[in-house]
Design a protein around this ligand. Sequence first.
Ligand code: CA
Length: 695
Amino acid sequence: IRGIFIGKGAFRRNLVTSQKKHVTPLWTYSVNSYYICLSIFSIMKNNSMKKLFLVMTLLQVFTICNAEKKEFKSPDGRLLVVVSDENGSPSYSVNYNGILFLKPSPLGLRTNIGDFSHNMYFAGDVKTSAIDETYQLRNIKQSKVHYTATEAVCSFMQQGKRIFDVVFRISNKDVAFKYKIFSQGETHSCVVQEEVTGFVLPEGTTTFLCPQSKPMGGFARTSPSYETPYTVDDALGKNGWGEGYTFPCLFKNGNKGWVLISETGVNGSYCGSRLLGKTDGLYTIGFPQTGECNGNGTVAPGVALPGETPWRTITVGETLAPIVETTVPFDVVSPLYDASKEYVYGGGSWSWIIGMDGSTVYDEQIRYIDFSAAMKFQSVLIDALWDTQIGRDKIAKLAQYAASKGVALYLWYNSNGYWNDAPQSPRGFMDNAIARRKEMKWMQSIGIRGIKVDFFGGDKQHTMQLYEDILADANEYGLLVVFHGCTLPRGWEKMYPNFASAEAVLASENLHFSQGSCDNEAFNACLHPFIRNTVGSMDFGGSALNKYYNANNAPRGSRRVTSDVFALATAVLFQSPVQHFALAPNNLTDAPSWAIDFMKQVPTTWDEVRYIDGYPGKYIILARRHADKWYIAGVNAQKETLNVKVHLPMISAGESVQIYTDNLQLEGSTKQVKMNKKQEVQLSIPCNGGVLIVK
Ligand code: CA
């Protein structure tokens, strides 16, 4: 093909159709417009016209009163979704094992081509089908997934027209649903002004939530950057700091079980959403805040018709296992392009977390490359200011030196742009396709492995497009992408094969910045495996073995209050296929050799995860498998020492395991033990301590 010609046909067509007004036949107005209808009826002169009008109106009323309930079950029959069109308002509810987890909850959209939240009714029979798929993803919690689900496509009508389908996918532990919106006549685009999509939690439910911050606040007006502290076991009926909550959102259904609500499949064709807290247990989908991105860009997403919204996901369990182990963010999405090469994940080091801006200099990066090589790590991340403090020519030299040591480099970039004031350079490359592609071509030419792009501007649709554009371009040049100061990744590990990880958490930098964060480190570590990290890779950048967050490891600044075993355990607890650990070259000599040896071999990719025990904010024990090796990791945030007996069916009786434990003074040690006949181990984890069992 020599070229493309865009627009002529469509333009002509628009000239003709734009003069037509969107006219709805009078008789189709339904109950809500009943009084208007009655008054029109009373002024009608013609009797036969009156009769016809009456019949039509009654038909309409009949359709709406004749509400239906349709039930759909998971393959194992335990998870039940009931969809209804009662009172013309579509809704759904969720039951597990006969217990109500979501009360009838609203469905519907308000758009600029119609209000599709009322006067809606089922189009007739629902198409159901069985989904049975297997897929492989090296970069999530489970490398091979067998996904089975019931798919139910519920079509909804308004005034005789098919408006949207709600596509449900019900697996044995998750419900996912999305809207498919149809063209209306010659209207092939719409703006979704509001979703009434909601989630009504039963009375007695408590919440484990992370408030959405207001826009244009915090460091250099970079919020929201999904770095706010959680509240746990809190009451329903609140709305965070007035702006709702960041996904994913965890709820405890009294003593009956748990519910995790999130979304997936968000790309440049929609905005990212949050959860707004209302009254009576209701939470609704909220669009981005007007002020995000310095007020630029729209809050309401535009959709080409027919078009789809992202998936809303609900994971349900009597225990926390289905939530910790869920793969729903990946089950229902598809890759948007092919990987341009086989990407290499792995551990790495990073001078900035201990050395800050001053460490982004040539000699220090040489020291970290040598350190990564000594640790058998894959990479070194060179953080902000490398363009001025090292320079492009010397970056090329560093990349060459690193390659000679079997290490690859990641380079940091500022995302902006015009959406905040973050001054760190290099800036002005990632927000512009021409500059970005030129920069990426250069990176490819010197063998850079990936980029870390920081300081994004929120969740508006055009920001989602920027994430997508960066990812798609980076794939062209064979680069992995880590996002920081960014939104939650929503299925991106599968959608974008070169997406590596994202921050969207109060990450390790805060441990450097404040003692308060250090004091709360264990509490937060006991939340992430249940909330943030359940739905997407989390670039935490932790596992520091320095006692103090400074380059000399001298007694000043933030002091780490957690144990060395805790540090190792979080390398297993926090899942991300690329991890730049907060280790420093001095740890080769000042940290225990068993700790360094563990960090030299801890994997960053996993084949399987199994929840063992825990409670959000109190303690967590889980197991991850890499090939045939199991890593069981636990940490405790409670003041009292946790004494718990765990059953480990993945380790055979009589098998030798390496166990890492802390004493009450948080001094770690390791030894070999043999698994007993019952395959049980008695664990004792002090406050701020950890445990590891490796087979
Ligand atoms: Ca950050």
